[in-house]
Design a protein. Structure first.
Lengths: 327, 321, 414
């Protein structure tokens, strides 16, 4: 048994993180089903197996204060940070009511003025963007306790943008968490074709920043590591590189059956949701009844968000103003 | 007392830093060193937190100022040379340019690109990037040709809520001077008729405006009256002024210092032909640099870019057609 | 109950179709929402197609082992109204939502800023003069551009606006490049004729002008030959009513052309287009113009047979009572300018015809006769033939005229 405080988190935070994982999994299962029913134009990219670390980051960040640039597999983090389910379903279903109005889709959604930039497909690009947001606050003198975070995969660490951005953030000593979720495959490319160091966390030293390494399937460890990183960043410790090891429990997108993942890797893997559920019960953070109720509630909310979005209009090309410049 | 083109840029930045607290300048060596071309000389003494040296990371520099602009700042990003902005291309065209259309949130960012050739600068310190950036939706691209425009358009660019690519010409930095800095307040998006004429129109921008004016003066001794239009901003492009000029003269030479394939001059010709074929007395012509990288040796360089002499050759040909 | 479609999904960005591997449920089975019901395979992966709502599978409309395009309806689920409501899906046949009124797109027009201002002059030195070639070359000045022969797009646009043709401004010498007529030249010319007296050209005049202008785009040449008319005139006297002299010429022309139809052909591209019938027109002077009604199949009817038809046609033409079809599809024309006392001329064929045969006024001449051993009076006239020199040469034109002349010496054959 561990006390919630032993992880550096309140019980409420741990429950919030867990609930976000469950909601995210329910939502992504639904998105996958909608995709396989031909309802979604464009790709569906899921974060199965990465919910624990993602939700931990989303939980330790404060919406309205901190800024967070999620990436492709961060539904849990987005949900934990406070993204509305309707933003997700409306964007995936291409509805004009969504935050992107049908002009961009799936995971490219965001609300930049509410602390969540909308990612572009070019990996590594969000690191310097978050750095700039923090820089502007510091220049203005209202940085306060706020921190920023950006997520990357093992593949993104190979881009020039990632290196340039991380170095810039380090030079400016910005209060940032740079989360690298190593899920073993960049699309189909395994780690040994992506980088040559033993562990990506060793890079922290080269940039002159703090590094943290965590098993991304262990929810409580994720919460503990992420809270520690957030505290360090808030307390002037500069950028914090967090590397979490997981296995992606799905294809790159739902069009990909991930046959390139060897069977033994599947056999050795564990689902962070199962781990988290056991941890919640073992530590009396939640009862089985509470977990069941979280699940049925999540399922109902997902179904409702889908049903509402289904009935809403798609964008009308005759009504779009077709303007790329604001006034 | 006179003021040069680069001094006008310096002056505009100084005033912006003084008057607008959201403004900051970011770039390589812009701090105490004062920038490779001294456009920020002394500014970091006065504004130490707002004139900031960056690492040599054009991609991250651009990403950083985009994030800052979304947070309400009005950054000026100085690329040391326009050529190096190719490293930041992704952030500029995919992050900044798409931002408003995708999210509804504007990016009030100005990227200063020291552009164009000077003798001896060679392939990587001489390029003109305006055509590339103008190709992308979501960017304003300006190309000031005069000291007054260098000053006024920079101030206007920084106060715009859209991302602006500000192409300043290095060749004009110290050659071009004016006695008094007065801004004529012609807004971005409007072209200027620099020299009225009636036999042919030269549509051009940036440093080529001066080469065109020289060519026009040399031709005037033969009785030719050449009208010169300075686009000022290549995007948005002021088709009205171009059309009105071509309607007066019936002949068009689109002149630019950048490479000949596609680009601003091709756009000018295609728009005039599409909308004003009936105005033309002769096939419209283009004159650009040669289709090679910008050469290093001054003799090669001088032959690579349009000069008053080559403009005259083109104009004489055009006037015979 | 509402029916909901099971649809072939888009299984990857470049995937256009997928093959049905097997059905995981059967018609009649009850299914849940999001249940996988069909296994499909693409060249990238194997996937399950899911349901959009729960219900009963009523049918599958596809077969295993076969490939179907993305978007194909694969089967149907019968669902309850409650299920439709809960999932938000649109059942088949549901009425589409009423079209909203679309506001018209408003085009923003940039205002034209008229701010001519002389910019700062630079103080750059000129680079040393070196050999320069223009990096682009325009089209060369077209050959023969002097005067109104080559018109720029701007000149054409201005002339269209004024309703002018190149021929109308032939008076202008042209001061532009290569002697071309410029807009300024044109405007000057128009001003110069402003105070001259003018009258409106009639539609007939304009129609003739248009036909002649079009015809004149071709290289036309004219040849002439005297013919003795006495035999024709004698034959004519024996007829009742007496046929017109022009009709004899027309008939002789038709028979001559029948022997050599290619001389009446038109050159189009690389082909000579041959006449389909020997329909010959006759020029009839009317007030302020000329009309050319056509005698059909002039090769197959004799002069006496044609006489009444011809007289009626000419009368009606003068009274302007002929329909449009009467003037169409002639292959050549006969014109008797002799009726105006003219002994010779160079008529211009219609733009759609290659040939025109002209007939001068008859002249009595003394001609030596061996038989009578004395000069005897004969009536002659000049026959002229204008032809498109692209199709017919001088020799061919001469031979055609000889044939006409020979027929005229045997009027009983006409």
């Amino acid at each position: 048994m561990v006390e919630a405080s032993a992880t550096g988190n309140s019980l409420e935070n741990i429950q919030h993180g867990f609930k976000s994982m469950i909601t995210s999994r329910m939502l992504e299962n639904k998105l996958s089903a909608l995709y396989k029913a031909g309802k979604i134009v464009g790709g569906v990219y899921l974060g199965k197996g990465q919910e624990a670390i993602s939700a931990a980051l989303g939980t330790v960040l404060q919406k309205g204060q901190d800024v967070y640039a999620p990436l492709i597999r961060d539904q849990a983090g987005r949900t934990a940070f406070g993204e509305e389910l309707l933003d997700v379903t409306r964007t995936y279903l291409g509805k004009v009511t969504g935050p992107m109005k049908g002009r961009d889709g799936n995971i490219h959604r965001g609300r930049p003025t509410e602390g969540m930039p909308a990612m572009i497909s070019h990996l590594g690009a969000s690191l310097s963007y978050i750095a700039g947001m923090l820089f502007a606050r510091r220049m203005r003198g209202d940085l306060g306790d706020s921190i920023g975070a950006a997520t990357f995969g093992d593949g993104a660490t190979s881009t020039g943008a990632f290196h340039e951005g991380l170095n810039l953030a380090a030079v400016e000593k910005l209060p940032m968490i740079i989360l690298v979720v190593n899920n073993c495959f960049a699309y189909s490319t395994p780690n040994d074709r992506q980088f040559a160091c033993a562990n990506l966390v060793s890079r922290a030293e080269g940039y002159g920043i703090a590094g943290h390494h965590v098993d991304g399937t262990d929810f409580l460890k994720c919460m503990e590591t992420m809270e520690a990183a957030a505290q360090a960043a808030r307390n002037g410790g500069g950028p914090q590189l967090v590397v979490a090891d997981v296995l992606r429990l799905c294809g790159h997108g739902e069009h990909d059956d991930a046959k390139y993942i060897p069977q033994e890797m599947w056999d050795q893997s564990r689902d962070c949701i199962d781990v988290a559920e056991a941890q919640m019960l073992a530590n009396n953070f939640l009862t089985q009844e509470q977990i069941d109720s979280i699940k049925s509630d999540a399922k109902a909310r997902v179904q409702e968000a889908v049903a509402i979005a289904q009935r809403e209009p798609t964008p009308d090309p005759r009504q779009d103003d077709w303007k790329a410049l604001g006034s | 007392m006179s003021i040069t083109y680069i001094e006008a840029i310096h002056q505009a930045q100084k005033e912006l830093l003084t008057e607008v607290p959201e403004v900051f300048i970011y770039g390589q060596d812009v701090g105490s060193f004062g920038g490779a071309f001294k456009a920020t000389q002394g500014l970091s003494d006065e504004f130490p937190d707002r004139v900031v040296d960056s690492p040599i990371s054009e991609d991250a520099m651009a990403g950083m100022v985009i994030g800052a602009a979304v947070e309400g700042a009005r950054p000026i990003l100085e690329m040391q040379f326009a050529d190096f902005s190719s490293v930041a291309f992704n952030q500029i065209v995919n992050q900044a340019a798409t931002h408003y259309y995708r999210t509804g949130v504007q990016v009030p960012l100005t990227v200063r690109l020291p552009s164009g050739g000077t003798p001896g600068s060679g392939p990587f310190h001489s390029q003109n990037m305006e055509s590339l950036y103008a190709h992308y939706p979501g960017l304003v691209v300006v190309t000031p040709a005069t000291v007054a425009d260098a000053y006024g358009m920079l101030k206007e660019a920084v106060m715009m809520d859209n991302p602006v690519i500000y192409c300043e010409h290095k060749f004009l930095y110290r050659w071009l001077r004016t006695d008094e800095l007065k801004y004529n307040a012609l807004p971005i998006g409007q072209a200027r008729i620099v020299r009225p004429g009636k036999h042919a129109t030269v549509v051009t921008y940036s440093a080529m405006v001066h080469e065109a004016v020289k060519a026009a003066e040399m031709l005037s001794s033969d009785g030719w009256e050449i009208e010169v239009v300075d686009l000022r901003s290549v995007k948005p492009i002021d088709l009205d002024t171009i059309m009105a000029s071509v309607a007066r003269t019936g002949r068009l030479l689109a002149l630019g210092e950048s490479y000949p394939w596609g680009g601003v001059t091709a756009e000018v010709v295609s728009q005039v032909v599409a909308e004003g074929f009936h105005l033309l007395d002769a096939p419209p012509m283009r004159l650009n640099s040669k289709d090679t990288p910008v050469p290093y040796h001054p003799d090669l360089w001088a032959a690579h870019r349009p000069t008053p002499e080559s403009i005259i050759v083109s104009l004489k040909h055009l006037l015979r057609l | 109950m509402p029916q909901v479609a099971i649809t072939m999904p888009q299984l990857g960005e470049s995937i256009a179709e997928a093959t049905i591997v097997k059905f995981l449920v059967q018609p009649g089975d009850t299914v849940e929402v999001d249940q996988e019901v069909i296994e499909v395979e693409t060249n990238k992966a194997t996937m399950g197609v899911t349901t959009l709502c729960g219900g009963v599978i009523t049918q599958f409309q596809v077969e295993a082992g076969t490939s179907y395009a993305v978007g194909t309806q694969l089967g149907l689920i019968e669902a309850t109204e409650e299920e439709i409501e809960a999932t938000g899906v649109t059942p088949l046949g549901a009425a589409p939502e009423a079209e909203e009124e679309v506001p018209e797109l408003i085009e923003k027009t940039l205002s034209h800023g008229d701010n001519p201002a002389i910019a700062q002059q630079s103080q750059m030195d000129l680079t040393d003069s070196i050999a320069i070639e223009p990096s682009v070359h325009g089209l060369p000045v077209p050959v023969g551009t002097k005067g109104a022969s080559y018109l720029s797009p701007r000149m054409r646009a201005r002339m269209d606006e004024l309703g002018l043709r190149a021929a109308d401004i032939s008076a202008i010498q042209g001061s532009g490049a290569g002697g071309r007529v410029t807009i300024e030249d044109l405007e000057e010319f128009l001003v110069s004729i402003e105070d001259w007296p003018k009258s409106k050209a009639s539609p007939m005049r304009l129609a003739v002008a248009d036909a002649m202008r079009r015809s004149w785009t071709r290289p036309l040449a004219t040849v002439g030959m005297p013919v003795v008319l006495d035999k024709v005139l004698a034959h004519r006297k024996e007829q009742n009513p007496k046929p017109g002299l022009t009709l004899y010429i027309l008939r002789a022309f038709a028979l001559a052309l029948k022997e050599d139809p290619t001389s009446a052909g038109y050159l189009i591209g690389e082909n000579i287009v041959h006449p389909k019938a020997f329909d010959i027109g006759v020029a009839v002077q009317v007030p302020d113009g000329v009309v050319v009604p056509v005698i059909r199949n002039a090769d197959s009817k004799t002069v006496p047979q044609l006489s009444a038809e011809y007289a009626e046609l000419v009368d009606k033409a003068r009274e302007r009572k002929l329909g449009k079809e009467t003037f169409e599809k002639g292959i050549a024309t006969v014109t008797n300018f002799g009726t105006f006392g003219l002994v010779s001329g160079t008529p211009i064929p219609l733009p759609n015809e290659t040939l025109i045969l002209g007939l001068g006024a008859g002249v009595k001449k003394p001609v030596w006769s061996d038989e009578a051993n004395a000069f005897v009076p004969v009536t002659t006239c000049e026959l002229v033939l204008t032809f498109d020199h692209r199709v017919v040469d001088g020799g061919g034109a001469g031979m055609l005229l000889q044939k006409v002349r020979d027929y005229l010496q045997q009027p009983w054959m006409l």
